[in-house]
Design a protein around this ligand. Sequence first.
Ligand code: SF4
Ligand code: SF4
Length: 313
Amino acid sequence: MEAFIKSKARQLGFSACGIAKAEAVDRDVQQHYQNWIKGHHHGEMGYLERNIDKRFDPTLLVPGCKSLIVCALNYYPSEPLEGNYRIAYYAYGKDYHKVLKDKLYQLAQAMEAQLGENPTLAQRNSSEGKSFKPRALVDSAPILERYWAQKAGLGWIGRNKQLIIPGAGSYFFLGILATDLELQADAPYPNRCGNCKACINACPTGALGEIFDARRCISYLTIEQKSPIPSDFSTFFEHRIYGCDSCQTACPWNRFAKATTEKDFFPNDKLRGMTDADWDNLTQQQFDELFSESAVERAGYEGLKRNIEAVKE
Ligand code: SF4
Ligand code: SF4
């Protein structure tokens, strides 16, 4: 079954797939997270303070789940958008939540069909006769995606706080399928950052270190923060108006990044055609045409305008 899942995940376009046992998160990770919240490093992201019990134990989030199937989908663009204004690579195409969830549910369907053909396996794995629906988790439920990706052997969490896949880099969306199947877990991947600090040195605002300070991070400031952007930070934005890729671009493992073949993540023609003057004078109608199916909707028109005003020369 494990081999079937991984092969099907590949067929669906995932670059990597691994399995972790669903159980409580390691104590030291829980402690680090608690300290991070206590220090208010999460800024205005109040949702990170809630559902801590579920965040620390996926069996409380999805009762009955026994295994977590973690999948990674490449979003690295073939080339950056032209012009001065910059939006993060992950936001070039359609909203990844839907794209990943669709694929994860296709994987779940294929697993169900496979189990149907192997009744012994189905019996051995059934959760005491209770019905269980696999659940796809894509950045919308309290779960530590990168932690589970490392546990599932996909890669390690780098000093830039991204999941780094050896030989492939970090430009990946992560999605998790929680299942009641008792699957054989993969071995966790060891950290291979070594003495490198390229991401820390590349961060324009000093957000990276022992503790990641979201309040200094351009991604947080341009997407999550609803209050005005402090001018002492916006001077470092350098035309970044939605997110920031600097700590990923600097990472030597991203020299292995290959352009995604997932058409949903290609920028549309309107986005490709945007000039600096178009960004300067962005209207609500243009915003809707550009981002109706995109994660950029999260910032909203007013939010994006605020960001443009903050970096305009
Ligand atoms: S996304 Fe940008 S601002 Fe945030 S930590 Fe990385 S380099 Fe620093
Ligand atoms: S830049 Fe270096 S330290 Fe940072 S995540 Fe990549 S390998 Fe690790």
